[in-house]
Design a protein around this ligand. Structure first.
Ligand code: C2E
Ligand code: CA
Ligand code: CA
Length: 530
């Protein structure tokens, strides 16, 4: 029986490979399954026949005078062992079901990574033109962090359905994990693959309604072609991944792999290593951008903006590394480091009698950290700084979040006297409700409203009514991205409280800001005297 179990086990598990592929794409290999299970019952016939033969032998030997007890015991043993065989066989069947389950994704019910690896090599071996598409949702983490995992999950299911609806019966769609999906297209060259990529992207672009919130999703897609780019799944995956990463960096939708992407893939890995090093050595630096009072021209606050002073690549901007920080789960470390740098600088200014408030940006993920208010308190005390030396800028994404935790953390920061601004106001998941409910001091009007201010009557109307709204809620309004004198003057006329932007000053190192402030004071003194 033991030998039989071993031999029966291998055809059965072998069957699962193709059997699941059949479920995955409802086609080709499903036919293998009945065949394989028939051979399984053939295997079961062997012990059944053996049992009958054994019983027959016993019957004959009992006629030849063997003891009734011996024959009875031997017969019972045979019956029990064959019953056990049948049970073992059933268990194998159940293990088969489990193996099939192991090839599908719990959340979306789509085939998973294991299914891809079980299925695609055989298809590639058949030759012909094939395409592998890797798809990664843009800013999914933000949705997850700000609206909660349940909403994130619903979004993933919807995304899976929408992608699936764009594919043919012969195509294979799998969820690789997280917000990554792979599509294997058979008989498909570059053009067909790009058409599918475009169809999938436009299917994802239509708004999703999740718990009453309307969300838009978009994805970056990398495409690798066989035989052009490689003939093994491993190589295609790697190349599609590099193309996908390239697409993501450029926010460019989809991209067919090109050899130049290779070096980029290497860079990405190296960058992550370097990023870890940067966080522990002092490669992160802060630049400060002043916020000017539109009424009197005074500067009472600055925004701290992080830069990475890379040993080889020079000064890198947040757009070049923040996503990587987030992906690598290093945001908390970065926030901590930025806070230390910002508060060290605040201490320098305060010792000199310059009471500048430094605003630090918080990623949605850092604000899920309920230990933050206490740690910030300790950091302020260690530098003998008042709470007014610091404020936080958070985006609306966070505010719609886990509302309870949000107001708790904000409430505790606020109770310590630390002020809160809502960043990029107007472009996020705006809701008037949070403006009323949550403890906020300031709104920062996104620069996309400020930029078209000149000559655009509607933009002007939106800006002026946002300013009124802020004031009627007792909030201060700061305009971001003020790039010219006209916008500056118009915002002042509208009664906006503060302006920030290249027109006033770009973000600069603290030493440069010091000079700028000094020059401004002298100029002011000049105007007063004049
Ligand atoms: P943000 O908070 O909206 O910061 C303002 C961005 O607009 C900065 O880009 C700034 O350099 C840029 N800017 C300022 N004035 C103008 C202008 O007149 N015109 C235009 N077109 N742009 C202007 P930056 O420094 O590249 O930062 C980008 C984003 O990275 C920030 O957007 C913020 O969301 C994030 N960020 C920056 N530093 C940190 C940080 O320490 N922690 C976290 N979590 N995020 C950060
Ligand atoms: Ca900001
Ligand atoms: Ca902003």
């Amino acid at each position: 029986v033991a030998t039989w179990l071993r031999t029966a086990a291998s055809p059965d598990t072998g069957d699962e490979g193709s059997g699941d592929g059949g479920t995955a794409e409802r086609g080709t290999d499903a036919a293998d399954r009945p065949g394989a299970s028939a051979s399984g019952s053939g295997v079961l016939a062997v012990p059944v026949v053996a049992t009958i033969a054994g019983l027959a032998v016993l019957l004959v030997s009992s006629r030849h005078g063997e003891s009734q007890v011996t024959v009875g015991l031997a017969a019972a043993t045979l019956v029990v062992s064959s019953a056990r065989t049948v049970i073992a066989f059933r268990e194998l069947g159940r293990m088969g079901d489990l193996a099939r389950l192991a090839r599908s994704d719990d959340l979306t019910g789509l085939p998973n990574r294991r299914a891809l690896y079980a299925e695609v090599p055989a298809r590639l071996a058949l030759g012909g033109r094939n395409a592998l598409l890797l798809l990664d949702l843009d800013r999914f983490k933000e949705v997850n962090d700000s609206l909660g995992h349940d909403v994130g999950d619903v979004l993933l299911v919807q995304v899976g359905l929408r992608i699936g609806a764009q594919l043919g019966a012969d195509d294979l769609l799998v969820r690789l994990g997280g917000d990554e999906f792979a599509i294997f297209l058979r008989d498909s060259g570059r053009e067909e693959a790009e058409v599918v990529a475009m169809k999938v992207r436009s299917a994802l672009a239509a708004p999703h309604t999740l718990e009453g919130i309307s969300l838009q999703s978009s994805a970056s897609i990398g495409i690798a072609l066989s035989p052009e780019h490689g003939e093994s799944l491993g190589i295609l995956m790697r190349k599609a991944d590099m193309a996908m990463y390239r697409a993501k960096v450029r926010r460019g939708g989809h991209r067919v792999y090109h050899p130049v992407d290779d070096s980029h893939g290497d860079t990405r890995l190296r960058t992550l290593e370097e990023l870890r090093a940067a966080l522990v050595t002092n490669q992160l630096v802060l630049h400060y951008q002043p916020k000017v009072d539109l009424s009197g021209g005074e500067v009472r606050g600055v925004e701290a903006l992080v830069r990475w002073n890379h040993p080889k690549r020079g000064l890198l901007y947040p757009s070049e590394f923040l996503e990587l920080v987030e992906d690598a789960g290093l945001m908390q470390t970065l926030t901590e480091r930025v806070l230390e740098l910002a508060l060290d600088q605040a201490a320098v200014w305060h010792r000199r009698g310059e009471r500048l408030t430094i605003a630090v940006n918080l990623a949605a993920s850092s604000l899920l950290d309920s230990g933050l208010p206490e740690r910030v308190g300790v950091m302020l005390t260690a530098r003998d700084l008042p709470a007014t030396a610091l404020m936080f800028e958070i985006t609306e994404a966070f505010l719609l979040d886990d509302r309870g935790r949000a107001s708790d953390i904000l409430g505790r920061l606020r109770a310590r006297g630390i002020r809160i601004a809502v960043d990029d106001f107007g472009v996020g998941y705006s809701s008037l409700a949070y403006l009323r409910e949550l403890p906020i001091d300031e709104l920062k009007l996104d620069r996309s409203f400020v930029a078209p201010l000149n000559g655009d009557k509607r933009a002007a109307a939106v800006v002026s009514s946002s300013i009124h709204l802020a004031h009627s809620l007792g909030l201060r309004m700061v305009a971001e991205g003020v790039e010219d004198a006209e916008a500056y003057a118009q915002l002042a006329r509208f009664g906006c409280d503060q302006a920030q932007g290249y027109y006033v000053s770009p973000p600069v190192p603290a030493a440069v800001l010091d000079e700028w402030l000094a020059a401004r004071l002298t100029a002011d003194a000049g105007t007063v005297q004049a």
